[in-house]
Write a protein that binds this ligand. Structure first.
Ligand SMILES: [Zn+2]
Length: 255
């Protein structure tokens, strides 16, 4: 590797290291720039799409694209190449990669139940991307030197092993049998920002309470131990959501 290039990348890494999350003002560590992250996200999405065909359920696709269109309008990220799809598969999961590639698996659709339920999940997942939680997680997990080497090797030509790590870090690793749990602070922040996004997009944020209750039922007995240890408990999550509802409702015009 070219030493000068590596030095420049490290400099960029250091400059990008301190960031503040919009909406909540929380300080975070970030060793990768938004544009680098977006490129990695686009590549990773292509890989996922090779493994998971689009769902043939037209009603699901129409719902997710409409909810996506409305969330996109309020997310105010013209630099993202947004795309909203439902993928075939029983996974109870959804994700938004940096750069705006959003996917729901068919398995979560009966739990969201309708467009408002979809908006709870969409708001939450898009919030993870807007708050750059994946970059934060990658920075914590990999460190500056490894990230510098990955970026120097060429964004867009990710090594297969790293691509898998990336997908896991971004919660899109269902294909790999393991989704790393997001940290509590990140989950709470995604819930909080997600409520504001859905409300601004015209969906009643009060629906989040019912959705997380249904998720709690669906997940009973299926949670691996690490999920239990690092995730906010369902009750705690619902309590927090209730505390944020008055703020979110200020953004909601529709009822
Ligand atoms: Zn989350």
């Amino acid at each position: 590797m070219n030493r000068k290039a590596f030095g420049l990348i490290l400099l960029g890494v250091v400059l990008a290291a301190c960031a503040t999350v919009e909406y909540t003002g929380r300080r975070q560590l970030s060793l990768i720039s938004a544009s680098q992250e977006k490129e990695l996200g686009g590549d990773a999405y292509e890989e996922i799409r090779k493994k998971y065909p689009l769902s043939k359920n037209r009603a699901y696709q129409a719902r997710i694209r409409e909810v996506g269109r409305r969330i996109q309008l309020v997310a105010e990220r013209p630099d993202f190449d947004w795309e909203f799809n439902v993928l075939e598969g029983k996974e109870i999961n959804a994700f938004c990669l940096p750069g705006g590639k959003v996917a729901f698996w068919e398995g979560i659709m009966p739990i969201t139940g309708d467009a408002t339920g979809d908006a709870v999940v969409m708001g939450h997942e898009v919030a993870h991307a807007l708050a750059r939680h994946g970059a934060e997680r990658m920075s914590q997990a990999l460190g500056a030197q490894v990230i510098g080497e990955i970026l120097a090797a060429g964004v867009g030509k990710i090594k297969p092993g790293f691509r898998d790590d990336f997908l896991k870090l971004y919660g899109a690793g269902a294909t790999l049998g393991l989704v790393l749990p997001w940290g509590r602070a990140q989950e709470s922040e995604a819930d909080h920002i997600g409520l504001i996004l859905m409300a601004k997009a015209g969906y009643d944020p009060r629906a989040a309470v019912g959705f997380w209750q249904r998720m709690s039922q669906a997940a009973k007995g299926q949670k691996p131990p690490e999920f239990l240890s690092t995730h906010p408990s369902d009750e705690r999550r619902i309590q927090q959501i209730k505390q944020w509802l008055p703020e979110a409702l200020q953004h909601y015009r529709g009822g």
